[in-house]
Design a protein around this ligand. Structure first.
Ligand code: NIG
Ligand code: FE
Length: 412
């Protein structure tokens, strides 16, 4: 299959091979080619250049892109896409004055979702999740990480991960999965956290690894959820099974989760709404990607991750949605990029780098995704006619994507 895109107004995020991520001041630069062409062959980016040198070759399809821009598709490195039902009632409770914490303390929150999920069949769960997956693909996401964590029993956690596995097989979007058994304490373990941690580490994780159901391990390291000690345990156990950590830290409190993650060479530390100077310093020169989730801050009315400080400290930053029923019922990366600019003061260049190449790093896909690079998977966004790429975050809430191509094939 060969496809030639011609007269692309601007081809965005054009990089040579070998760039894994961009950090600090480098994030301000977004390399582009104006008036460009791009050739897709067998699902990969075969070549690209300026229209002056457009190859005169026979292709199966030629697409005129006059006035339109092309970008690599978004990478969403943190979602909880598999869940049953919704938590609309808690949303209303919060409007009426309850906090996220108060709702969780009275049996709502994650355990509420777990109860619903345990009662839902695998088939039904697949169908509900599939709708959300289709939705985010249309919104321009070409690679996504999906977590378990609303099961909280061995059976229900495995059910979630099997749903993810089936989606991997059936959809053209690239999917990575994380085992998040330590998401919340199930009510039956209310007075024995250690017994639940033991069950997750010694019973669930070996089964998950045996069935090859996860790429990573995760934990909600937070006051009232799981401790630093638990974090060490799960990251260490994950490492034994070849699964690196991608962990929830510093959402409401800074308790040392970042340092624990770095100690075990976690792939990413996510949330980061509450950051002490020492947390920022700890991330310097680490291989761990800091991931900010601004639509979670919007939905819960909590602080935004201080990404300006992080970038000034020469760190890389990635952006993700956190799509889940409790804290972020939205999988819209376009909105995330707008919020990053509006609320966290990232420039459009920084936000696009954070949602593409750095996000790809956060799920070990930098070699194949996250930039317009020869040989990478042809996961591409073609915009409508827009004046500049800065218009994407500026004109927030509108859909500026005309067509999405995954492995070179247009989504219908
Ligand atoms: O990333 N913080 C932990 N987990 C999810 C929210 C879970 C929920 O409320 O259902 C998050 O925000
Ligand atoms: Fe999350």
């Amino acid at each position: 299959m060969t496809k030639l895109f011609k007269n692309i107004k601007e081809l965005i995020q054009v990089r040579p091979a070998g760039i894994e991520k961009v950090s600090g001041a480098e994030m301000k630069t977004l390399p582009t080619l104006k008036n460009a062409w791009l050739l897709v062959k067998d699902g990969r980016i075969a070549d690209f250049g300026e229209m002056d040198n457009c190859p005169d070759i026979k292709v199966e399809e030629e697409i005129d892109c006059t006035g339109k821009m092309m970008l690599p598709s978004w990478v969403d490195s943190h979602t909880h896409l598999v869940y049953a039902g919704n938590r609309e009632q808690e949303f209303v409770d919060r409007i009426n004055g309850l906090t996220y914490e108060e709702i969780a303390n009275r049996g709502g929150g994650i355990v509420n979702s777990a109860k619903k999920l345990q009662e839902t069949s695998e088939e039904e769960l697949y169908q509900q999740t599939e709708q959300r997956l289709k939705e985010i693909m249309q919104l321009g996401t070409g690679a996504v990480e999906i977590k378990s964590g609303y099961g909280l029993t061995t059976e229900a956690e495995l059910k979630m991960l099997r749903v993810i596995k089936k989606l991997k097989e059936n959809y053209p979007i690239t999917i990575k999965s994380s085992f998040l058994g330590l998401h919340a304490l199930p009510p039956e373990f209310k007075n024995d956290r250690e017994a639940y941690v033991d069950k997750v580490v010694n019973e669930m994780l070996p089964k998950v690894a045996e069935e090859n159901l996860a790429d990573y391990v995760d934990i909600f390291c937070e006051k009232g959820y799981f401790t630093i000690e638990d974090t060490h345990k799960i990251l260490e156990a994950g490492q034994k099974h070849g699964l690196r950590g991608k962990i929830h830290v510093n959402q409401f409190n800074a308790i040392g989760g970042i340092q624990a993650g770095i100690e075990h060479n976690a792939l990413s530390v996510d949330h980061l709404e509450v950051m002490r100077e020492e947390d920022i310093q700890a991330l310097k020169n680490a291989e761990t990607m800091p991931v900010a989730l601004p639509s979670c801050s919007l939905f819960l009315s909590i602080p935004y991750a201080p990404v300006r400080k992080m970038i000034e400290a020469d760190l890389p930053v990635a952006l993700a949605t956190d799509y889940n029923p409790g804290s972020t019922p939205s999988g819209n990366m376009n909105l995330v990029i707008s919020l990053a600019c509006i609320k966290m003061k990232m420039t459009p260049e920084e936000a696009i780098n954070a949602a593409t190449i750095n996000a790809a790093y956060a799920i070990e896909l930098s070699e194949t995704h996250g930039s317009i690079t020869k040989g990478k998977v042809a996961n591409l966004l073609l915009t409508k006619e827009i004046p500049s790429y800065g218009f994407l975050p500026y004109s927030f809430g509108s859909n500026h994507i005309e067509k999405v191509f995954l492995a070179g094939k247009a989504l219908s």
